[in-house]
Design a protein around this ligand. Sequence first.
Ligand code: C2E
Ligand code: MG
Ligand code: MG
Length: 930
Amino acid sequence: MRASLRNFAVLFLLALVLFLTGQNGFFLGVDNTFKEWRFSGHQVPASGQLVFVDIDARSLQEIGQWPWPRTIYADVLDKLIENDAADVAFDIDFSNTSTAENDLAFANALERAGGFTYLAALQQLGFNTNGDPILITNKPLDIFYAHSDLALVNVEPDKDGQVWMFSKYGIVDGDIVPSLPTIFAPKEHEKNNNSYFIDFSIDLGSIDRISIIDLLNGQVDRTRIEGKKVVIGASSLDLGDTLDVPHYGRIPGPLVQLMAAETRLQGRELQQINVLAPWFLIVPLIFFVARFRRIRFLPLAFLLGGFSVGVEFFAFILQSQFCQIIDVFWVHLSALSVFIYMQFYAMDMQKILVRQVSGQNVRMQTILDRIISDNFDGVVIIDSSRKILAASAPAEKMLSMRDHLVGASCGVLPERLFQEVNQAFADAATRVVPIIAPIYVLNKDENGDPSLVIEYSVTVSSVSRVDGQRSKGATEYVACLTFRDITHRHNHQKRMDFLANHDPLTGAFTRSRLEEELGNFVTSEDGGENGLTVVLLDLDRFKNVNETLGHAAGDGVLIEVANRLAQSGLYSVARLGADRFAGAYPGVMSTIEISKLLEKIIANVTEPYALDGHRALIGVSIGATDTENSGFSPNVLISQADMALSEAKEIPGNSFFLFKCELNDRIHERQRVEMALLDAVGHDQLYLQYQPQVDLADGECVGAEALVRWLHPELGRVSPDRFISVAEDSGMIIEIGRWVLVKACIDAMAWPKPYKVAVNVSAVQFEYGDVVGAIRHALEVSGLPVERLDIEITESVFVTKQDRFIQTLDEIVDMGVGVALDDFGTGYSSLSYLSRLPVDKVKIDQSFVRNLPDDEQSMAIVQSVLSLSSAMNKTVVAEGIETADQAWVLRLAGCGIGQGYLFGRPQSNEEFCRYLERADIPDFLNKSSA
Ligand code: C2E
Ligand code: MG
Ligand code: MG
């Protein structure tokens, strides 16, 4: 806005200066020329009322002498009167006397004309004898003046020497005398001003000219004179009465009078319009231009040219149609100066802009150079001629091209990047940069491992030229190649990928990767399915290695196992748990073939391991299944191999087990039992039975073992062999165990004598439950004296976390509760460690009792248990005594207590109470006595 105001002020001043200059007449000549052009552009025919009777060269020649005798003028006047001319004016100097006779003749003619004649009076500037300017008036002689009127024929050339204007009146001897044109074109209402512009657009040639000689000779048609106003004067150049006028140049003085008279007759007196009028045009113009100062060269030229033409046209119309004269040259000059000024202004602005833009460019360039060179990433800028324009320091470092990149061809880039840049230029118009940058291994070390990995992207952009214009025609592009060193991230990612699929210790696959591998094996290329055998292995005694030789040795064994499995021909060896492995054999095999392979694995894995001077021996159990049995789902294959493994583990020593469909049935059965068991506790489906335990010496009952029973509405009686293991696996045994303890203690309180009650406690209760708390709770709730309670545990309690459980047992023993080791001889038991266990009773498993007394091996075992136990001061209970022989033999061998159908089956508490009432001595005592 400020610039607009300034421009307006400047342009206004310019126009004002030009206006004032014009007012001082500086442009008079040009303005006059314009006026003349306008005259020539519009011709007006003469009215036809005026006639010029011409003293032309021919008349001079034919009459012969000069000055003419005044009789000739008398004749001319007579002729005109004769032809009924309306008015006659002589533009001839009659101020001097000629001959008296001739003067009289002319005076008489004037008299005859009867007062319709006018004689010229001319006023001119002259100088007196002192040299002072004086007005000299040439009047006709009085003799002529008496019969006619005066007509002023003064002419006043303008500064340019041309006659433009005419006066209406003059003052002669104190009287107002009209000029000749005023006389010939009288008006009722004259305007105030005395002078007016002659309209030179009136066609001079259309004013009728009659040569005097033709008139005198009677050769002029009467109609040319009749009723006309006639001016008689000289046109012959020889007489020198000529004047400079606009448009026509030099013309005879009488014709100037006639032109002036015609002008009046036609009402075409020209008036100078108000000099301020053009401001109404020029002010809006400069306002517009100043306001919209950014108009370009051509539009501005057209605007101002159009303005000038318009102004000139306007002036022309004013002059030709409305008889108004206007000087507009200063207006044209103003338009021109507006144009020139605006051009300078624009150039100046352009220069400033260019300077600003180039300044900005330099600044931007510096910033960009800085950004690129200091960039953390590799940045390389390439133009469309494939020249490298800029490069960051990391780019040069990563590409090992310090100081060689800038200015070089992009062919120096590694082939892959070079191709990408070329492709980017080829796709410039449509290119979309992918969100994920591609990864490329730039360098490898001597092992062929990646030593420099980059991720990169290439973008292309169209660029502007320095002048800020977008390049037209062929678009110019630059490519920006950005890349960064992701070696560390890449290696980390590779490691993560590896860990996701591999066991970090052995390098074997993980379970998910194994499933993937199995999926690949079973899917054949033609879309069909391939046969496959899946093998699961569980190491035995591996814990011993860890505990005795340390974890490093254990790790060594695991690594070696994985290797041996692979060497045995097992594919996709995977580690599924601490000491659990798996693998597969692709292809369909017979059971015999599978068995052979598994035996080979067992042989390999159980070979002794040499560890830092130590030897370790481990065992293995293997479960396997194949697609024939388990179908093609990797998941199912693995889980059924797992079932088979569970079976294999039940088999003592190194063994394998091939999955059978019955296993599945068993699993389903277990699941059914497990579901039903969930309800059992809350719905009173569980109850207890008591089996008596008697002193083998006298057959006296000393107590009873509480045995849990389950009566399910649909399943019927479910034996503990079926549901106890399920309860253990699901953890429900903890809740069941607490209930059994409480119930047994309460029942025992109702017995008629203070016998002992023995309650079975599972290893799971030791590991996951609070056994001590449960016992304490049962004793509290029932009020049973602590010495009446025994708990029976199996050796499985000591398989894991031996020390912790022994501690727990110590607590129980310290409370005063008796502890019996149940099913002795079936598990891992070794007589040697029996001494370390805080148990006061050992229950010989019924499998040894069953074959007594005939089986010598059983007898030997029973005897050794009995002798060792007595040495350790532990009471021995024999389970499963069904016959009097068995009881008798055991009694002889020194077994203290017996339990079995011989003495009583498990029975309800009421039955047991009744049983206690009986006092008959059992059979075996009689036998012994026999
Ligand atoms: P166990 O503790 O060894 O119990 C003795 C088992 O031998 C009982 O089987 C009993 O009925 C049976 N039995 C006793 N005398 C004879 C006989 O002369 N001949 C034969 N053939 N069998 C005899 P049951 O009741 O089926 O219990 C099986 C196992 O279930 C028990 O073996 C015990 O380990 C477990 N069990 C029973 N009740 C409980 C309990 O409340 N808690 C826990 N944790 N386990 C229990
Ligand atoms: Mg028992
Ligand atoms: Mg038992």
